[in-house]
Structure formats: C-alpha cells, structure tokens
Design a protein around this ligand. Structure first.
Ligand SMILES: C[S@@+](CC[C@H](N)C(=O)[O-])C[C@H]1O[C@@H](n2cnc3c(N)ncnc32)[C@H](O)[C@@H]1O
Length: 264
C-alpha cells in the first residue's frame, strides 16, 4: 500500500502493513460493503491473484471484502470428513449435504439476505460480463468451490443455488473459477478501476470485441502503428476502432455478431 492514510469505508482500522490474506482473516465484517463469501476446502488459496494490483488495492481500501469458510471445519468425525461415495455407485467422491449445509449457514452470517449463492460448476450457466455487471450492482455473493465429483444435488435444490461455469472445460476445483469471476466482478465496483471509461469500450461490454491496441514505439521490427491512430483526428480514430471491433467480432465470434446484426 502506498497511501499511509487508507480510506476507511466503515472499516474500524486497517494497519498499512497488513498483507492481502491478513486483511481477510483480521478484518471485521463491514456493513454495507460489497462482500464475497467463499466456501472452500482451500481457504489459503484466497485472495490469491485478487490480492494483487487493482483488486488487491481495492481490498486493502475496503471497497470490497472477502470472507472464506473452510469446509473442513464442518467435517464429520475425527477426520472431519467432507465427502462420501456417490449414491448409485461410480467413480470419485461427492461433497456431503450435511457438511456443506452447516458451512453455508455459517457463511450466511456475514452475508446480505439478497446476495445470491453460486456453485462453481462446469455444468452451470456460462459466466458472462452481463452477470458480472449484475453481481457488482448487488450486495455481494456467496461462492461454493466444489472438489471431487461435485456437490450433493439436495444442497443445490434446498438453498436455490445457481450453478455457474467458467467455460466448457473441467478443472479439479472451483477456486480458480471463483477467483476469475470475482476479478471480473470486483473491477466493476465503483472506484476500483482508475479509468471507468475503459470499461465502456472493452470486449463484451457493448456486445463487441475490443479493437486492436497499439502503443509506442511507432515502429517495431518493421511494423508500423496504423496511420489513423497517429492522425490526432478523434472522429476518424473512433470510426476506425468501431470498424475493427465489428470486423473482429464478425470473424471471431459469429455468435456475438448475430446479436449485433439483429440490432442493426
Ligand atoms: C472435477 S470437477 C467436477 C466435475 C463434475 N463431476 C462434472 O462432470 O460436472 C470439481 C469441481 O471443480 C469446479 N469446476 C471444474 N470445472 C469448472 C468450470 N468449468 N467452471 C466452474 N467450476 C468448475 C467445480 O466446483 C466442480 O465441482
């Protein structure tokens, strides 16, 4: 942290020397601050990349807060078991409903009632920029990081949990998915990005992929920056960027282009 007098945003006190992980473990629950509550077998994986750069600075500044619940703490018996074999047989293990239920009820203690509960899952609805925008406008979210073969369906049904996917691939656990979704959401919270204008033009915000970007030097290994970008003519630059964005979207993402073409 560079600022010796951090903004408090309601936090009782923050020492400037706290590291991102200490901010999670030592911080009291802040009323009215956008909150992520993550249920995981690996709380030590958080804040992970979220503790760096703009999201890390925003965490330090109390623009959002992050709580973790260690699923193992709610495990059964001496070995704190959290999983069992699948009903009906088959490979792998399944996270138990009684254990997850207790962990979720604990996690709910620090959450606004309107905050949704999301389960990281490759069979969930695809996570999108629109979803990130909608989540950023709410009070926060509870995120369940699955492991093994996933979670007993009864928990998902009982709590009205939404399964959300990072993409059509399978990872070993939900922690990376949760961090990716949190990064996409937290950067949309007020004051997290230095330049709010950059959100408006970037890929997926307006239904188009972003135009190509260039910076100095003007020539590199024989490749020049497109002349129009050096013209200083704002209207021509905006027009060129829009054309590039449309071309890229049409060739790379016919699915997105079909929606743009519908609106034209
Ligand atoms: C090995 S996966 C379980 C896959 C599950 N048996 C299936 O076929 O749908 C373990 C956990 O990783 C997480 N995970 C894996 N891929 C994911 C993805 N594409 N998006 C979000 N979470 C994912 C989920 O939390 C999941 O419960």
């Amino acid at each position: 942290m560079t600022d010796s007098k951090p903004k408090s945003f309601g936090r009782k006190s923050i020492s400037a020397s706290l590291k991102p992980r200490e901010l999670m473990t030592n911080a009291p629950n802040l009323f009215g601050v956008w909150t992520a509550s993550v249920v995981t077998l690996f709380p030590e994986a958080f804040p992970g990349v979220l503790g760096l750069s703009l999201t890390g600075k925003a965490l330090q500044d109390g623009r959002w807060q992050l709580h973790t619940t260690n699923l193992r703490d709610f495990g059964d018996g001496k070995h704190r078991n959290v999983d069992d074999t699948p009903a009906g047989g088959g490979a792998g293990m399944v996270l138990r409903p009684d254990v997850m239920g207790k962990a979720l009820e604990h996690a709910a203690g620090s959450m606004h009632r309107a905050a949704p509960i999301l389960m990281m899952s490759p069979r969930g609805v695809p996570f999108t920029q629109r979803m990130a925008q909608s989540l950023a406008e709410g009070p926060g979210m509870t995120m369940i990081c699955g492991r093994f073969e996933g979670l007993d369906q009864r928990v998902i049904d009982h709590y009205g949990i939404t399964e959300v996917s990072l993409g059509d691939f399978v990872m070993t656990g939900g922690e990376l998915a949760a961090q990716a979704m949190l990064d996409a959401t937290v950067r949309l919270l007020p004051g997290v990005l230095g330049n709010a204008d950059s959100i408006e033009e970037e890929s997926h915000s307006n239904g188009l992929l972003e135009h190509p970007q260039y910076t100095r030097p003007a020539e590199w290994k024989g490749h020049a920056i497109p002349e129009v970008l050096l013209s200083g003519h704002h209207e021509r630059i905006a027009q060129w960027r829009l054309e590039q964005a449309r071309d890229l979207t049409r060739t790379r993402r016919p699915d997105m282009w079909a929606k743009v073409a519908d609106k034209d």
